[in-house]
Write a protein that binds this ligand. Structure first.
Ligand code: ADP
Ligand code: MG
Ligand code: MG
Length: 898
């Protein structure tokens, strides 16, 4: 089998479509070679070899070696140099990881491979640049020692071991920290010696290998090995990348950004990935190799500065920028190296972007006719779309706040939090419920957990494409980078700026759109879209963001089949959801209404009642309240339908459990406290989730359902008299037997007929059920004889299908996710194989009995993009989610239809 794919000289075995086999980097290197961009020649070892490697005790298929040899010969031929040449210019290569989806900085890359004590001399002679040759060699020994031989930071070390050696030498020889570019040939030679010694010391006597082929195979093994390192595993878990995908390995001829002042390395975006503006964005370092830029050790210059320094190279980059966008039809994030004025391309991929940038790119590219509007919909990642609704700083408060430093605006938005200087402490504080800002000199992949836990990330060093910036943008975290005025003391856990000291736990605020760092806490304000749609404090014409949002939402409406409704219990929530484009209520929980004001008293009276008569008396007190609530909601709905769920939770939730509260209630009701205690005891349940709740309440106490039905229909009649159409859909919860539903439906129909007769108003209504226990799903054909609609209550359906209590799962679910027993949290994303199968059965059986049955979902899953797409696939009529998730659900629903 073919394990090695060649590229170079305007040709390639592979192409951009082969990301699964060649990894993202390899596939796009091939694609760039094909379209004639200047790519150093090389080859890609496929991801299949990685899979083989892990399936066969870390060994390779036997066909691999000759193919790698042929690959090296291919590079030698194009370059006109020889690997391991000790006389003429030697061929050096990089060995680079490359998974299907990019995992920035998570895996390892080795540069300048092929150098040893002889080839370094040959390199020096051939280039007539001794300093350059020894700079490459010391970099190589350092990377090889770290990545392949495992000489890494031990717990307790403050610095990377090799950096510590460099630091020490600078101190000895110069008495201070100097820039790496200032190190002399002699310094570099000494560093190589000390590095070799360090490797020997730390590996129990192993020598740094001099044989280039041995180096090559060592590096290939290390790259495959890095697929299973801790941080790569954490990253994949966070982004749901399957562990069995594996990484490819790219071996590529080196080009050198460190030969002098006419060379350099950089990272650029074809457009601004933070705010979406159509401007060349990125940065570079003169006289540097690529990893210097990403590592964030030196702060680079904006790419447009190249215009002054190396104008020819800048022109070439502008040309490439254009070709990339025209060819890939999407914003590209690319890596380049300039060797003595000539530009080489080392990588390109679709640029990670903020939700705002994604929105702007997609709309602009439609205008530019690069893509059509349907593609534009797909270009907006649904799972980060709610960033657009995220709060910003209150404008006045921000103006009044004191700017203590500025940095680069690397991840837009506003964040306030208590500062922590280590990821461990940031995570610990966040777990205690604190709002946290993670503050570091620069971040490394090790800090990932802290970044996930933090509201925002602030670094003292590094640029807009440093690790911190990259990861922050992807996670939608607020981020300010390279705020040079900050002096961090990790030991003392303090941040000093202009003599002012901030301790861990102190508040700072950062604006990742402007790059400002403020002392103290600044109140946040709603996003422009929320100001326009919900608060109505901003004129729609004054907000470009809102206008783009509206354009996209209008496109979505054109293709969507799945309706998006909302979960709402109040007129205000209803109005908000409608403003975001919801077309009705999918779940109105009536019990929330009973907790307000003195309604709870009437509710408790009802629960404590001993006879039907008493109960009816208490219910009569509740009726006007509930009716008023429905009137408000129906009016807010302006003719859209409302699915109203009858009383669902266990009754004991309404009773007071504390002594004092029980005494209070007793006094209020004029009953002995003993009676209340007794009733609370009676209602106590071992397993409330599976106890006296749902339709079981209405079946034992039909008068409750009767009151609720009356409230609904009287309210409907009243609102309809005012000229607003009302479409109630009454939903009976927790049904597992057809008879349960029959009994409740009888009550509803009877009351409906009564109210219509009393008021003379004709009301169109439906009665249906929630499908939320497995028996309900499995007997859906019987239930559909009575039910006019089903709504999947996927919270309970997940609990009952998995036999897993949502509220008690925190003790074991993290372990389950870690061990990949469950791929995703089943309470956040529908477990499609299990719960999803029950849903499919119910859909099929329900339709068989009643072909036009209405189908919806009302669990938390209704706002989760993957679950929404699943609902589309199984043919539901609508999803329902909380008001602020409505835009996300609309986007996901439209994407599902494309
Ligand atoms: P990552 O996936 O972490 O970005 P890469 O494989 O892209 O790792 O390598 C990191 C950097 O090393 C690149 O951005 C590039 O600047 C530099 N690099 C990799 N291969 C070469 C090469 N053949 N010549 C010059 N620089 C290279
Ligand atoms: Mg890269
Ligand atoms: Mg339920």
């Amino acid at each position: 089998p073919k394990y090695v794919y060649l590229f170079g000289n305007g040709k390639a075995d592979g192409d951009g479509s082969m990301k699964a086999l060649l990894g993202g980097k390899g596939a796009n290197l091939a694609e760039m070679a094909r379209i004639g961009l200047p790519v150093p020649p090389g080859f890609t070892i496929t991801t299949e070899v990685c899979t083989y490697y892990y399936a066969h005790k870390k060994t390779y298929p036997k066909d691999l070696e000759p193919q790698v040899k042929a690959g090296m010969a291919h590079i030698e031929k194009i370059m006109g140099t020889k690997f391991g040449d000790t006389r003429a210019l030697p061929l050096l290569v990089s060995v680079r990881s490359g998974a299907r989806d990019s995992m920035p900085g998570m895996m390892d890359t080795i540069l300048n491979l092929g150098l040893n004590d002889q080839t370094v001399e040959a390199l020096a002679r051939a280039t007539n640049n001794e300093r350059f040759a020894w700079d490459c060699y010391r970099r190589f020994v350092q990377m090889y020692g770290d990545v392949v031989m495992g000489v890494q930071k031990r717990s307790g070390d403050d610095h990377e071991p090799f950096e510590q050696v460099i630091h020490q030498l600078k101190k000895e020889r110069y008495g201070q920290d100097i820039d790496d570019t200032k190190l002399t040939v002699d310094d570099l030679k000494e560093l190589v010696n000390r590095f070799k010694a360090l490797i020997k010391e730390r590996t129990g006597g192993k020598e740094f290998p001099q044989d280039p082929w041995k180096q090559l195979w060592g590096a290939i093994g290390a790259v495959f090995g890095s697929w299973m390192n801790d941080r790569a595993i954490v990253y994949r878990r966070k982004y749901n990348i399957p562990h069995d995908w594996g990484t490819a390995v790219n071996v590529q001829a080196m080009v050198y950004g460190n030969t002098g002042e006419r060379s350099g390395s950089g990272v650029a975006f074809t457009r601004n990935p933070a705010n979406g503006e159509k401007e060349f964005y990125g940065e570079f370092l003169i006289n540097a190799q690529g990893e210097d830029v990403v590592a964030g050790i030196r702060t680079p210059l904006p790419v447009v500065e190249l215009k002054k320094v190396l104008p020819e190279a800048y022109k070439e980059l502008e040309r490439i920028r254009n070709i990339l966008e025209k060819h890939f039809k999407d914003v590209q994030d690319f890596e380049f190296t300039i060797q003595d004025g000539k530009v080489f391309m080392l990588q390109t991929r679709n640029g990670k972007r903020t939700a705002l940038a994604a929105l702007k790119f997609s709309i602009d590219m439609v205008k530019e006719k690069l893509i059509d509007w349907k593609t534009a919909i797909l270009r907006n990642p649904a799972d980060q779309f709610d960033q657009l609704l995220a709060p910003v700083f209150d404008a006045k408060a921000e103006k009044a706040a004191e700017v203590i430093a500025t940095g680069l605006p690397a991840g837009p938005g506003a964040a306030s939090g208590r500062i922590y200087l280590s990821w461990e402490r940031a995570v610990a504080a966040a777990q205690k419920g604190e709002k946290v800002l993670l503050v570091r000199n620069e971040t490394t992949p090790e800090d990932l957990r802290g970044m996930i836990a933090a509201e925002g990330i602030l670094t003292a060093k590094g640029g807009v494409s440093s690790h911190a910036a990259l990861v922050a943008r992807q996670m939608g975290k607020v981020c300010v980078c390279g705020a040079g005025a900050l002096q961090l003391d990790y030991e003392a856990r303090t941040l000093t700026v202009n003599g002012r000291v901030f301790k861990e736990g102190d508040w700072l605020s950062i604006n990742g759109t402007l790059g400002n760092v403020y002392a103290g806490q600044i109140p946040t304000a709603p996003s422009e879209i929320v100001q326009v749609l919900i608060q109505k404090t901003l004129d729609p014409k004054a907000s470009k963001t809102y206008q783009m949002f509206k354009t996209l939402m209008d496109w979505c409406s054109k293709v969507t089949r799945l309706e998006v409704r909302t979960n709402a219990d109040t007129p205000e929530q209803t109005e908000n959801a409608l403003a975001f484009g919801a077309t009705g209520i999918g779940l109105c929980r009536t019990e929330h209404m009973f907790f307000e004001g003195n309604r709870i008293d009437a509710m408790r009276e009802m629960i404590l009642a001993e006879t039907v008569e008493e109960r009816k008396k208490a219910l009569a007190k509740l009726l006007p309240y509930q009716k008023q609530d429905f009137i408000g909601i129906f009016k807010a709905l302006r003719g859209y339908p409302a699915t109203i769920r009858f009383l669902d939770p266990p009754l004991h939730e309404f009773l007071p459990h504390e002594e004092a509260a029980q005494e209070d209630l007793a006094a209020k009701m004029g009953v002995p406290v003993e009676k209340i205690r007794q009733r609370v005891k009676e209602l106590h349940e071992f397993n409330p989730m599976l106890g006296f709740r749902g339709c079981r309440l209405g079946i034992v106490y039909p008068e409750i359902s009767e009151m609720q039905a009356r409230a609904v229909f009287e309210a409907a009649a009243e609102v309809q008299k005012q000229g607003i159409k009302v479409r109630p859909e009454i939903m009976i919860p927790l049904v597992g037997f057809k008879k349960e539903l029959d009994l409740q439906v009888e009550v509803v129909h009877r009351v409906a007929a009564e109210v219509m007769k009393e008021t003379g108003v004709k009301i169109q209504y439906l009665v249906g059920t929630m499908i939320e226990v497995p028996r309900g799903a499995l007997t859906a054909d019987e239930i559909a004889q009575t039910a006019q609609f089903f709504s999947f209550g996927t919270n309970d359906l997940t609990q009952t299908c998995l036999g897993m209590s949502r509220d008690d799962s925190a003790t074991f679910l993290p372990t389950y996710t870690e061990l990949e027993i469950v791929k995703r949290n089943p309470f956040a994303t529908i477990d499609q194989t299990g719960v999803g199968q029950l849903m499919q059965i119910a859909v099929e059986k329900g339709r068989k009995t009643r072909p036009d049955i209405k189908l919806g979902i009302c669990g938390e899953h209704g706002g989760d993009p993957d679950s929404v797409k699943f609902c589309h696939r199984i043919g539901l009529t609508y999803v329902s989610c909380s008001p602020f998730r409505v835009p996300v659900a609309r986007l996901a629903a439209a994407q599902a239809a494309l």
